[in-house]
Design a protein around this ligand. Structure first.
Ligand SMILES: *Cc1c(COP(=O)(O)O)cnc(C)c1O
Length: 366
């Protein structure tokens, strides 16, 4: 094994019992139907809709194409108000779709877009809001919807981190005009690669279905412009099996999350303030240090011990070379001093203790 391979990575994909996956793959071999809305894709969509309690869900090839299709189907043009504190795909999708991202700063406690700052960023060119529920913690959904209604804007949520999170007793995916999910291997629920587009609106859903399959309305019949956003039977099989374990995965995350809180209490580290009315999924453990210097020192010290935290999100997306920067000081500041600590299903208590002890060591020298 490579020497550089960390003993404790920041994340590790959950892998289900191999026999369960193979049983589904054997079916694929028998049918010889590998992709193009196959039976496992349809089954996964049904199971996800039931588990999440959402009326429409389109399984796609990844969370980024989900964002791009969402922007396209909502016909957003001109300026889109968005958060600078997210993964690059949130901003790059806006630019890729020929729109201009307008950054609005975040709330330092929830790390989500600050709704009090949205209004002043709205211009005649604004057509939508694309906000991320950061680390699975829902945005101030009610405030955002109220502004969107008042200015006739569409709302898309990048809900890549949100599997299993509920807001006011409903899946957080139920909010906004569209929510997008990522089922990438590093996410809480994954299908190796994959994503989903979720909406409550049957008409939008119909358009999304066409759009993810080249615009096909039938063989030789096209309804509008489309792209290839389909996903395969192999990916769906992974999802079907992983869904059987998701409750266990979330339960374990919660224990680990609370254990970190306990182990790190008393240190000058800020965590995430979970919004109210939320049933949280504990998908990430962000630790915000006093300064960038402290954060880098902690990162270096952990890495020397074979532990890999991740600067996430870093950099603030307002720093990207292809966007117009707006003053978003909170996002810039927090992105410089935040680390996500290792969190994955089989991370042990001993490993968490080891991580906490190593972090404590660095604090003795600052
Ligand atoms: C993972 C992620 C994406 C991209 O999803 P992919 O499935 O990797 O394309 C987009 N936004 C956020 C916030 C993410 O964490």
């Amino acid at each position: 094994m490579s020497k550089n391979r960390k003993e404790i990575p920041v994340t590790k994909p959950f892998l289900p019992p191999r026999e369960e996956y193979e049983a589904l793959i054997n079916e694929v071999w028998e049918r010889n139907w590998l992709t193009n809305n196959g039976p496992l894709v349809q089954r996964l969509e049904e199971e996800l809709k039931e588990y999440l309690g959402v009326p429409h869900l389109n399984y796609v090839s990844n969370g980024t194409i989900a964002l791009q299709i969402a922007i396209k189907v909502m016909e957003l043009k001109g300026e889109i108000i968005t958060t600078p504190f997210s993964y690059v795909a949130t901003t790059s999708s806006i630019v890729w779709e020929g729109c201009k991202p307008v950054f609005v700063d975040i709330d330092p406690d929830t790390l989500n877009i600050d709704p009090d700052l949205i209004e002043e960023a709205i211009t005649d060119e604004t057509t939508g809001i694309l906000a991320t529920h950061v680390f699975g913690n829902p945005c101030d959904i009610d405030a955002i919807q109220e502004i969107a209604d008042r200015y006739n804007l569409k709302v898309i949520y990048d809900a890549a981190h949100c599997f299993g999170t509920e807001y006011k007793g409903e899946s957080v995916y139920s909010y906004g005009d569209i929510s997008t999910a990522s089922f990438h291997a590093t996410k809480l629920f994954h299908t190796t690669e994959g994503g989903a587009i979720i909406t409550n609106d049957a008409e939008i859903n119909h358009k999304v279905q066409r759009m993810r399959n080249f615009g096909h309305a039938g063989p030789g019949n096209f309804e509008g412009v489309g792209i290839n956003g389909k996903n395969s039977e192999f990916h769906a099989a992974m999802g079907i099996v992983n869904l059987r374990y998701i409750e266990k995965v979330i339960e374990r995350r919660k224990e680990q999350w609370l254990y970190y809180q306990n182990l790190l209490s008393g240190l000058k580290i800020e965590g995430l303030t979970v919004s109210s009315n939320v049933d949280f999924n504990y998908s990430y453990y962000p630790a915000i240090f006093e300064s960038e210097k402290v954060a880098i020192n902690v990162k270096d010290t952990l890495e020397e011990s074979g532990i890999a935290p991740r600067r996430y999100f870093y950099p603030s997306l307002s720093e990207l070379g292809y966007v117009d920067s707006r003053k978003v000081e909170v996002s810039k500041d927090i992105s410089q001093r935040i680390l996500c600590l290792p969190l994955y299903h089989d991370l042990t208590e001993e490993q968490q203790q080891n991580i906490a002890t190593t972090i404590k060591k660095t604090f003795q020298f600052v």
